[in-house]
Ligand binder design. Structure first.
Ligand SMILES: NC(=O)c1ccc[n+]([C@@H]2O[C@H](COP(=O)([O-])OP(=O)(O)OC[C@H]3O[C@@H](n4cnc5c(N)ncnc54)[C@H](OP(=O)(O)O)[C@@H]3O)[C@@H](O)[C@H]2O)c1
Length: 317
């Protein structure tokens, strides 16, 4: 629950002001935390009709962000993914404006996909990225652009994001979850509130003098403690919901019928370490594993039922 994060967080300095470029799922969660901690926030979205849209920013649109609207921004998070050509949509449009801000911390949400396939082995930030998929190559290109930006940047590499309204629980409830068994395959994940919590923690550390500044830890993996097979999660989620599991599908028997996108999802196997975030930088995870995280999703979904598409109709009436 966000309230738990708020309870254990310290406020930023009184002059802090946060700009979230891309107030989507993760961006809005950080925005809510900052507001609850008394820090003013500006969130951009591609439409001013979208929830919590303070400012319009669409890299493909005609309207430019007015630099006057960003006056006094001290902290920045960009959640905006690469464009189709592998370029960052933000920097070509906004870098001169961002460079004029009194920024003390800038975060960029990237992905652990940049590590490529590790055949189930562990990877840390010290390992050279080895992206094989086009989307991960594009992402590494954007990381490099942010690193060259001259801003006080920290790159946060994320695995699969889940949270209220966006978890395996919702997939099961809607009847669209598939129980796929691929022996020895694991995935890493992170609860959306731990993305917000980690950003907040890193912003704080950036205020605490040179040894705690981003330059020393430019890249940080933000993942939980427990890489695990998706089938294990699904069994746990079905038990929490008290519902039946979908039929077990052996990966080898269905791989040829999967979409190319789904095939790429299953083509890489790695365990991503959070040692830097949790031990060196001292961030305590709010949801250290999927068991804690899914229980939280269940509780929050009960309080605020997510607006999900209807489940498919049963064929036997
Ligand atoms: N989902 C995952 O499991 C996962 C895993 C690893 C990494 N990531 C990456 O982590 C970041 C945050 O993920 P998320 O799930 O929170 O993303 P999200 O909900 O899709 O939010 C992305 C934000 O980027 C904005 N945006 C997209 N294209 C834009 C453009 N051309 N110009 C301006 N704004 C643009 C969107 O605007 P609107 O609000 O108007 O839609 C949205 O606010 C993303 O970069 C994502 O690719 C995601």
């Amino acid at each position: 629950m966000l309230a738990d994060l708020v309870k254990r967080s310290q406020p930023l300095a009184a002059d802090a002001k946060l700009l979230v470029l891309g107030g989507g799922y993760s961006g809005r969660c950080l925005g809510s935390l900052a507001r609850a901690m008394g820090t003013p926030v500006l969130c951009t979205r591609r439409s001013l009709d979208a929830a919590e849209a303070d400012l319009l920013f669409d890299s493909n649109g005609q309207d430019q962000l007015d630099p006057a609207a960003l006056e006094g921004v001290t902290h920045l998070l960009s959640t905006i993914p690469p464009d189709r050509d592998g370029n960052d949509p933000v920097l070509p449009k906004l870098l001169p404006t961002l460079r004029n801000l009194p920024l003390r911390w800038a975060g960029y949400l990237s992905t652990t996909g940049v590590y490529g396939d590790r055949q189930g082995g562990w990877v840390t930030e010290e390992d050279e990225p080895a992206p094989a998929l086009d989307r991960s190559i594009r992402r590494l290109n954007c990381e490099a652009a942010w690193q060259r930006s001259g801003l006080p940047i920290q790159i946060l590499r994320l695995p699969g994001i889940y949270g209220p309204g966006r978890s395996v629980l919702n997939g099961l409830q809607q009847g669209r979850a598939r129980l796929i068994d691929k022996p020895d395959q694991v995935f890493c994940r992170i609860h959306v509130e731990d993305i917000a919590g980690a950003c907040w923690h890193l912003m704080h550390r950036a205020e605490q003098g040179p040894s705690a500044r981003p330059g020393n830890w430019t890249v940080v993996n933000v993942v939980d403690d427990l890489p695990a097979p998706t089938a294990e999660l699904m069994r746990h989620a079905a038990a929490l919901l008290g519902c039946a599991l979908p039929p077990l599908e052996p990966f080898d028997q269905i791989v040829d019928s999967m979409s190319p996108m789904a095939q790429t999802f299953w083509s890489e196997n790695r365990r991503v370490s959070n040692h830097r975030l949790c031990q060196e930088l001292g961030y305590p995870l709010l949801h250290p594993n999927y068991r804690v995280g899914l229980q939280d999703c269940l509780n929050q979904d009960k309080l605020n039922p997510p607006d999900l598409p209807s489940p498919p109709r049963s064929t036997n009436g």
